[in-house]
Ligand binder design. Structure first.
Ligand code: FEO
Length: 409
């Protein structure tokens, strides 16, 4: 359990999950995570902003006891996902007079998932305010960062934005604030890639709206608090922008090294042109690391041998993930080896139907790549290079260092 002051009347009462390995049985958590819950003590009323994961309920209740909370007036629920709402029934049990303050969509989800009775809710709309006496909470609906129900709560007097999932990071740390910004940046980018990237357009819209809000502190529901809001807001603005970087991501699978040879050749040739290259063997890749590279990359090449007439199953999960994450890449192609036929490239293309990209001519070769097959790969390299004007061989766009080739994987 953790009880720490943020200001004299605002407390952190969240929980650190140091060794949680996966989120939603889907997203690897190499650095654990936190479930941030905040207590705001006004002169007349007390509010709890979000709760914690059900497994950490005991810690939250103990923190509220240590904070001397005799009665609780409001539980502000910014988002119904149970890592933030899961303790609401237990908190209501301890403080039966508390009202759950949330928007209509979140109310419905909380009723469905947790059975919170209808009479416990106080429904709010975008822009509504709630007075705690000398403190005022203002609610800002922010759908799709992460679910349609998500909202942020703004504490006007202290200029604190409680942003819930938005602007957060999966990072277990005893540092309440983002002090080690390099470390937080990496965790926040991975979090953005895995959680927020599919909603990039919504992220852009919400960032634009926040420009008119005077924010001194951003207190998300995962990871450290931002006492320097521009750090995370600028990072999000970059990631969510339409700008891509001259980087090529190559997720691949290979059975007898033919596809791997093609990948190695392609990666080397692209790097010689000044493009950054990341190669991932999808049999053992950390999907979070793959997702991070998709935040900025201009180009994706899926590489796989043909099995039973279609792509090797090892690449299918990767294609599904890319389609679901909807990265801003502009160019996609496919390479791989086949034995006697098949429709690997066509099937992979169908799996990427949600992406608005230009599909470049694929290179599918029979057996081991040889002679003219390498010319076809050279043509693919040229097709990619020509779509990145300004590249300087070995240096990247406009001669800037920083393009990189990381092959193997
Ligand atoms: Fe951290 Fe969408 O829950």
């Amino acid at each position: 359990m953790i009880l720490r002051n943020i200001t004299s009347d605002v407390f952190y009462v969240g929980s650190i999950d140091w060794d949680r390995p996966m989120f939603d049985e889907l997203v690897p958590l190499p650095d654990g995570t936190t479930y941030n819950s905040y207590l705001v003590k006004g002169s007349a009323k007390t509010a709890l902003i979000d709760t914690v994961h059900p497994a950490k309920t005991g810690e939250l209740l103990e923190s509220l006891r240590r904070a001397g909370v005799q009665s609780l007036d409001y539980i502000i629920s910014n988002h119904a996902e149970q890592d933030h709402s899961g303790s609401i029934p237990a908190v209501l049990n301890l403080y039966p007079n508390a009202q759950v303050v949330t928007n209509a969509r979140c109310k419905g989800l909380l009723s469905d998932a947790l059975g919170v009775p209808a009479e416990k809710f106080a429904e709010v709309a975008d822009g509504d305010t709630l007075s705690l006496g000398n403190k005022t909470l203002r609610f800002m609906l922010m759908p799709w960062v992460h679910w349609p129900d998500t909202m942020a709560t703004y504490l006007e007097e202290d200029r604190i934005l409680f942003s819930c999932d938005f602007l957060g990071s999966h990072l277990a740390t005893s540092e309440l604030f983002a002090i080690d910004e390099a470390k937080v940046y990496a965790a926040a980018k991975r979090y953005y890639a895995e959680i927020m990237m599919p909603f990039r357009n919504h992220v852009q819209k919400h960032l634009e709206r926040l420009k008119s809000v005077e924010i001194a502190t951003i207190a998300p529901s995962h990871g450290p608090i931002h006492a320097r809001p521009s750090f995370i807001l600028d990072a999000y603005a970059d990631w969510a922008s339409d700008r891509v970087k001259p980087e090529v991501v190559i997720p691949y699978v290979s059975m007898y090294a033919s596809t791997a040879r093609m990948v190695g050749y392609l990666a080397a040739k692209l790097a010689e042109q000044g493009l950054g290259v990341r190669v991932f063997n999808m049999v053992r890749a950390d999907l979070g690391e793959v997702a991070v590279t998709l935040v900025d990359a201009s180009t994706i090449i899926l590489a796989a041998p043909t099995v039973l007439g279609g792509p090797h199953p090892g690449i299918v999960g990767g294609a599904f993930m890319i389609n679901a994450l909807r990265p801003k890449a502009k160019f996609i192609s496919f390479i791989g080896s086949y034995g006697w036929g098949g429709a690997t490239a066509e099937q992979l293309k169908k799996m990427l139907a949600s992406l608005k990209v230009e599909f470049l001519t694929p290179v599918m070769v029979k057996g081991v790549p040889k002679g003219d097959d390498y010319k076809l790969l050279d043509e693919l390299v040229e097709a990619i290079r020509s779509r990145h004007p300004g590249l300087t061989k070995g240096l990247g766009i406009d001669g800037q260092k920083g393009s990189r080739a990381v092959a193997g994987g």
